[in-house]
Design a protein around this ligand. Structure first.
Ligand code: DAH
Length: 341
């Protein structure tokens, strides 16, 4: 029996040390220590021994069992450690592989044009204001001398929020003139860029949502000459020295006299081409001397103060600045287009 135990011990230990997987090791445990295992079978024969032999044999058998159990435990740990190492190796991340560079965006061309405009006006001492797109009709029309029933309300008579037509999406940035007059100390020099809304159909030059930049100066002895001088300076800084402008008489309810300013076509230099629709000039803004009634309605004495104002279409300015042919490109946000600026 002694030899039998020694043989089992030697065989089992060697097999266990060479076990390559947890499953194989478990198989060995069953093979030797399980209910029908080889060691168990030997232990069962203990009863047949003489009482003198039994204690020594029992001790030996216990030693063998203990040796096998600790071999199983140790090999188990070794296999576990090996499996972890293999997993770590397999799942390792190579931190030296060059990464994918994130695509950086940049400013939209229209905001590039706006930044240029802002820089020019800030350089001349103007303050930049921001104002509400959801506006009171009182500010959008009434306080700009276009009371109920005024024909100029027709083209923008849309986008109201209430049945009394008191709250609306502003149709122009001009209500910012009123807001500035009501809240700021005189003299005033402001620009106010932002979105405006009209019931236009979308085409190459129209959109129901677009951007304007309102401008206003109120001071003593301000004249139309200041308006023309300022706007000519802005245009030259924006489009280059020698860029020609022309002022045409026009009508706005809140300015008197009123005008529109055109810039000579950058494509044909004034001869006439498809870009300027054969005119030689491209309309850029509306402007004029602030109507005395408008000053008075906002609490400013027109006998003491005078001022001028203008409203530029920002998309058109950007289109001219970056030679963009179709307004829709500005809003579609196609990366292939935007990447070019
Ligand atoms: N608000 C006018 C428009 O949307 C543009 C305009 C004209 C603004 C004359 C002004 C101005 O400030 O003085 O057509």
């Amino acid at each position: 029996m002694k030899e039998q135990l020694a043989k089992i011990r030697a065989e089992a230990l060697s097999a266990m040390e060479n076990a390559q997987s947890a499953a194989e090791l478990d198989g060995l445990r069953v093979q030797y220590l399980g209910k029908k295992g080889e060691l168990t079978a030997v232990l069962k024969m203990m009863g047949k021994l003489s009482p003198e032999e039994r204690p020594a044999m029992g001790q030996l058998a216990n030693e063998v069992r203990a040796a096998l159990e600790s071999a199983i435990e140790e090999q188990g740990k070794r296999l576990e450690a090996k499996a972890l190492e293999e997993r770590l190796a397999a799942e390792a991340v190579d931190v030296t592989i060059p990464g994918k560079a994130p695509k950086l965006g940049h400013k939209h061309p229209m905001y590039l044009a706006l930044d240029e405009l802002k820089d020019i006006f800030i350089g001349m001492g103007f303050t930049v204001l921001d104002g509400p797109e959801v506006e009171l009709a009182e500010y959008n029309f009434d306080k700009l001398n276009a009371g109920e029933g005024h024909p100029s309300r027709d083209w923008s008579d849309t986008f109201y929020f209430d049945k009394d037509s008191r709250v609306m999406l502003r149709s122009q940035t001009s209500p910012m003139q009123v807001r500035a007059m009501e809240t700021m100390e005189l003299p005033i020099r402001i620009i106010a860029p932002g979105r405006v809304y009209r019931k236009d159909e979308v085409d190459a030059t129209h959109s129901p949502m677009f951007h304007q930049v309102e401008g206003m100066v109120i001071d003593k002895n301000v004249t139309m000459a200041d308006l023309k001088g300022t706007l000519n300076t802005v245009v030259e800084q924006l489009y280059g020295k020698g860029t020609k402008t022309r002022f045409r008489p026009h009508h706005f309810p809140f300015t008197e006299p009123s005008c529109e300013m055109d810039v000579q076509c950058h494509k044909c230099g004034g001869v006439g081409c498809p870009t300027c629709k054969g005119e030689g000039w491209i309309e850029m803004l509306g402007a004029g001397m602030i109507h005395p009634k408008v000053l008075k309605m906002s609490g400013i004495d027109p006998e003491v103060w005078s001022g001028w104002a203008f409203g530029i279409g920002l998309e058109r300015t950007a289109m001219r600045r970056f030679k963009i042919a179709d307004l829709r490109l500005i809003f579609e946000n196609d990366v292939r287009f935007l990447e070019q600026f």
